[in-house]
Design a protein around this ligand. Structure first.
Ligand code: PBG
Length: 328
């Protein structure tokens, strides 16, 4: 006969609930959203069933719904019209560019009822699709890009973002953004640094979501999936440069990295369940190969168990509703 019987604490839903070490709460979740210029109706994204490119109006409705569901924050990505893309990503810094317009609308309508976050990166706005500006030889020019990021931070802060999320993996990006914000009186705007962002195939569907024109890849600035300690180096730099929160991305294939970062970071750590992670669940669930709701809860719970305090997920509202049903 066994001396120890761990099954005792698994015997009923009540005891399992009592001893559960990880809990999900809607307030821990952030909903990433897309807003597209030049459309009159929300457009479905083929590779992300259930996710759309919003008009400003439909974005406001979706954001309000997320707030009602108790979701903790909203991360906004802008999709400009093709003809507004250029080599410098100008539409990203113009006050009436689609992202800044949408931020202004959400801040005016939702005020302090949510945490409004903005993606701070050029790839949605450049005609070549890279996250920065290019030098004469077609390479992503780190330091010239930093100048653009500083301008973008100011435009987003002026539009009402509570948090800006530099996601381009340029060296020194957190420092220039922090300094630009402080110099312009935006000391209260926080920086969520994409600290460990890997060059991942999991961003595939996102490229459709933002109508990206990228040819080639991002391997000269995003991290190599083979590397682990490099994430701690990026963390050290981001903290020294003034990051208020740090993020690991993608989430599920990088739980080891997430756990490493959580162990040493003294700021909140976020993880991003990215487009490809969403689409993998959707594709299998549509075929009846996996149970969607259980996959959603299990993956989000695992990301929290690995230590993420905040989880960005396209399932934020869906998960919030599942959690409300569970409580009822
Ligand atoms: C860069 C950015 C990307 C994502 C978030 N910010 C794309 C990339 O780096 O290629 C991906 C998010 C997702 O796949 O859900 N602006």
């Amino acid at each position: 006969m066994p001396h120890e019987r761990p099954r005792r604490l698994r015997a009923t839903p009540a005891v399992r609930r009592l001893v559960a070490q990880t809990r999900l709460h809607p307030a821990d979740l952030v909903l990433p959203v897309f807003v597209r210029d030049g459309i009159t109706e929300a457009q479905p994204i083929g590779s992300m069933p259930g996710v759309v490119q919003h008009t400003p109006d439909s974005l406001l409705a979706a954001a309000s719904e997320a707030v009602e569901a108790g979701v903790g924050g909203i991360m906004v990505f802008g999709v400009p019209r093709d003809e507004d893309k250029d080599a410098a990503g100008t539409a990203g810094t113009e006050p009436d560019g689609i992202l800044n317009r949408a931020l202004r609308l959400l801040r005016e309508e939702l005020g302090q009822r949510t945490v409004l976050m903005s993606d701070l990166c050029l790839d949605e706005f450049t005609d070549h699709g890279h996250c920065g500006v290019l030098d004469g030889r077609g390479r992503v020019d780190n330091d010239a890009t930093l100048v653009r990021y500083a301008e973008m931070a100011l435009a987003q802060a002026a539009a009402g973002a509570h948090v800006v999320g530099p996601s381009g993996m340029m060296d020194g990006q957190v420092r220039v953004v922090r300094e630009a914000l402080d110099a312009a009186g935006h000391e209260d705007v926080a920086v969520l640094a994409y600290t460990a962002k890997y060059a991942s195939a999991c961003y595939g569907p996102f490229r459709e979501a933002v109508a990206s024109t990228l040819t080639g890849d991002r391997t000269t600035y995003q991290q190599d999936p083979a590397n682990r300690t490099e994430a701690l180096r990026e963390l050290r730099l981001d903290l020294a440069e003034g990051a208020d929160m740090v993020m690991v991305k993608p989430a599920l294939p990088y739980l080891d990295v997430l756990s490493d970062v959580v162990e040493v970071a003294d700021v909140p750590v976020a993880a991003y369940q990215v487009s490809g992670e969403y689409s993998m669940i959707e594709a299998a669930a549509q075929r009846g190969w996996v149970d969607r709701d259980r996959m959603v809860m299990e993956t989000l719970t695992s990301v929290r168990r690995a230590g993420a305090q905040v989880v960005l997920t396209y399932y934020a509202v869906h998960a919030a509703r599942l959690l409300a049903e569970q409580r009822a």
